[in-house]
Ligand binder design. Structure first.
Ligand code: FE2
Length: 369
């Protein structure tokens, strides 16, 4: 019997970030990335130990939290990791069942099944460990009608001016990539397969993805026929320090490397993000020479893609367009990808070389190559 049927995971419910200053981060996600700030938790909502904001755009929900005191567990997490993703929450039919099954299959429990009731209904969750200090929380909100979860209130309408809210066309999370320590990729692929019933999709090895310096290996696991996709990277031996090693060094261990967010008009989305001063990685102009011949017919204008630095890749099922932001904090750790899929289900393997060379130019400026 397939393990998938035993633990149906519906979708990514939300991604939780821990940051040094949730108030300022919420402003960044709203004014740079075009998220709507919908809920708040903190002292005013009788939450004493942390404060945070729920931001949403399309089907994407980010929860951005900061500890309010030194004894909060996220305070030591901030010292170790800087800002980052603490939890990828997965929506399930039955929290208790998902948690018990996961633990039975070898997951390490962090928070056992809990059901919290407030005036808006019943919110259920339980948390297990994933790679590094990252966790997965199983969530069920079928009987909850509140702003987000108990402790959160709808955002005070006077906090943000609705006239300054401009969505950028982000529709959903396409995939979330984890960087793990050298030699541990297969272990985590097995975790997703055995514990959460994911299936393995494709793999790249260092022959596929290497430049002079930045070798890596990657395998993709997915759930719900591709609704949830988690590529897992590990560093491979290169001549000098790979981007994955650089991440692990600055993050202080394994963690979320990037979150890919889908749009159905990448040109429009990237123009909007650039107008808000979002910084993207640039590939050299030579990437676009002969691109039309390599890629075949696409509906987008290649000159416009070149102007914006958007990459294209094709496989037998179609093509995809993608672009990567620079890290969104001072440490060279978490960044975002913007992706538009036109039939292709791939991750842009054909772009890896150009992309890694672009990352290496950035590493060079940081002196970490
Ligand atoms: Fe990606």
């Amino acid at each position: 019997m397939s393990t998938k049927d035993e633990m149906p995971i519906r979708k990514i419910d939300h991604v939780r970030f821990f940051v040094g200053n949730a108030r300022q981060s919420a402003y960044f996600y709203r004014n740079a990335y075009g998220f709507d700030v919908v809920a708040y938790a903190g002292l005013e909502t009788k939450v004493k130990h942390e404060a945070g904001y729920v931001v949403q755009q399309g089907g994407i929900t980010f929860v951005i939290m900061s500890p309010l005191r030194a004894n909060h567990p996220d305070s030591s997490r901030l010292i170790l990791h800087g800002d980052g993703v603490s939890d990828i929450a997965l929506q399930v039919d039955n929290v208790r069942h998902a948690y018990n099954l996961a633990v039975e299959r070898g997951a390490i429990g962090v928070v056992g099944p809990r059901a919290i009731e407030d005036q808006y209904g019943l919110y259920e969750y339980a948390t297990i460990r994933a790679y590094g200090d990252t966790t997965h929380t199983f969530v069920n909100r079928d009987n909850y009608k509140g702003a987000f979860a108990p402790g959160f209130d709808p955002i005070d309408p006077s906090r943000y001016n609705p006239a300054t809210y401009h969505p950028t066309g982000l529709l959903g999370i396409d995939h979330i990539v984890g960087n793990v320590e050298e030699g541990r990729m297969n272990e985590w692929v097995e975790f997703y397969r055995k514990v959460l019933g994911f299936e393995q999709l494709v793999s790249f090895d260092d022959q596929d993805i290497s430049t002079e310096y930045s070798a890596l290996m990657s395998k993709v696991v997915q759930s719900g026929r591709g609704k949830i996709k988690f590529p897992i990277n590990e560093p491979a031996q290169g001549r000098r320090k790979s981007q994955i090693e650089e991440y692990i060094d600055f993050y202080g261990g394994a963690g979320v490397q990037h979150i890919a967010m889908a749009t159905n008009d990448i040109v429009k989305t990237v123009r909007a993000l650039k107008a808000n001063d979002v910084s993207f990685l640039r590939v050299p102009r030579t990437y676009y020479e002969g691109l039309g011949d390599r890629i075949g017919g696409i509906k987008e204008d290649i000159d416009e893609l070149a102007e914006l630095g958007i990459l294209v890749d094709r496989d037998d099922e179609g093509y995809m367009l993608q672009i990567f932001t620079k890290p969104v904090q001072d440490r060279p750790t978490l960044f975002f990808e913007i992706i538009q899929r036109e039939g292709s289900k791939s991750f842009g393997k054909g772009n890896f070389k150009a992309l890694f060379e672009a990352i290496e130019r950035e590493q060079e400026t940081r002196g970490t190559l």
